[in-house]
Design a protein around this ligand. Structure first.
Ligand code: HEM
Length: 285
């Protein structure tokens, strides 16, 4: 991603930006981390300019420098926003979903069965259609559960104008065994394990656009406009991932929510290409 955004960067530069960006995310509200990465991007902008004719080189940065008339600080800010959007939202949720599935082989098997069955229905062209997406009922439960447990939006600040009680995703009063990955909880037609949410049906409780108990994309005026898109992207990524590969985890890992949601050891896995022998699973193009 660093390469795509900043153009033809060297391996060392990519590592440097990745490192600065990781510091920036860790200290998202920390001015020094922000200044350091802005300084690095500004230097890259200067370098691209010095490179002359093909001003900006490849990548989004190159296009911004060539085709837009933006001040350098706005270009740098734009690049940071794209780095952030590209790594900390959909990609991270997808990453957590794979991690949770790895910890829960029964869910993994059920998801794989669902995705394999869809793969058989791909109109013979190896591509999913909208009907396939809306038929991914268990996959949607996995995504909802990954969004609940691995919520990425943990450092959004709000000033309360009056006293409020804020209880959501990891609250035992709302979710039985709240810290356990349990995608089936979303299939329970009742899902009314607690006094607090006994007046909501599971469908209402699960509605991420309006539920007071489930809001991975926040709500109100700042509601995430990318919510639908990100769910679609995660579902499609999971489809291609589980129908193409199996994997094994190389190192123990655990989640941490400080200073941002992460897996402390980076969740290293070994991928193995699946050999599809079953005739019901046509090989993909
Ligand atoms: C799993 C993936 C995602 C999650 C969990 C997520 C979560 C959120 C949350 C919680 C907010 C509210 C921020 C606030 O209250 O200040 C937000 C805002 C926003 N998100 Fe997302 N997001 C995701 C993916 C995306 C994608 C794919 C896009 C763009 C294509 C996107 C674009 C935005 C924008 C532009 C805002 C600001 C909205 C505003 O302030 O009016 N998000 N997102």
């Amino acid at each position: 991603m660093v390469n795509q955004l900043l153009g033809a960067s060297t391996e060392t530069e990519i590592k440097e930006i990745a490192h600065l960006f990781s510091d920036f995310v860790d200290g998202c509200l920390s001015l020094p981390a922000w200044e350091r990465i802005i300084r690095k991007i500004n230097k890259t902008i200067e370098k691209r300019r010095r490179e002359g004719s093909s001003e900006g080189g490849n990548g989004v940065l190159g296009r911004l420098l060539k085709e837009e008339n933006l001040p350098d600080n706005e270009v740098a800010d734009f690049i940071i926003n794209l780095l952030f959007a590209g790594s900390e939202t959909t990609a991270k949720t997808m990453f957590f979903a794979v991690y949770f599935l790895t910890q829960c082989p029964v869910a993994m098997q059920q998801l794989q069965d669902e995705q394999d069955s869809l793969r058989g229905d791909c109109n013979g062209v190896g591509m999913l259609a909208w009907q396939d997406y809306i038929a991914m009922s268990f996959t949607m439960c996995v995504i909802d559960e990954a969004l609940r447990l691995g919520g990425i939006a943990i450092w959004l600040m709000r000033e309360a104008k009056e006293e409020v009680v804020y209880q959501v995703h990891l609250d035992e009063n709302l979710y039985k065994e709240a810290t356990t990955f349990n995608p089936w909880r979303w299939m329970d037609p009742e899902n009314q394990h607690t006094v607090l949410n006994m007046f909501l049906t599971n469908k209402e409780k699960r509605n991420w656009r309006s539920s007071p108990f489930y809001c991975p994309f926040e709500g109100g005026a700042r509601f995430c406009p990318g919510a639908e898109l990100s769910r679609l992207q995660i579902a499609l990524s999971l489809h291609y991932f589980v129908t193409t590969y199996t994997w094994s985890q190389l190192k123990e890992d655990r989640m941490s929510f400080f200073p941002s949601a992460r897996l402390v050891n980076g969740f290293q896995i070994r991928l193995t290409k699946r050999h599809v022998t079953d005739n019901t699973l046509p090989s993909q193009n």
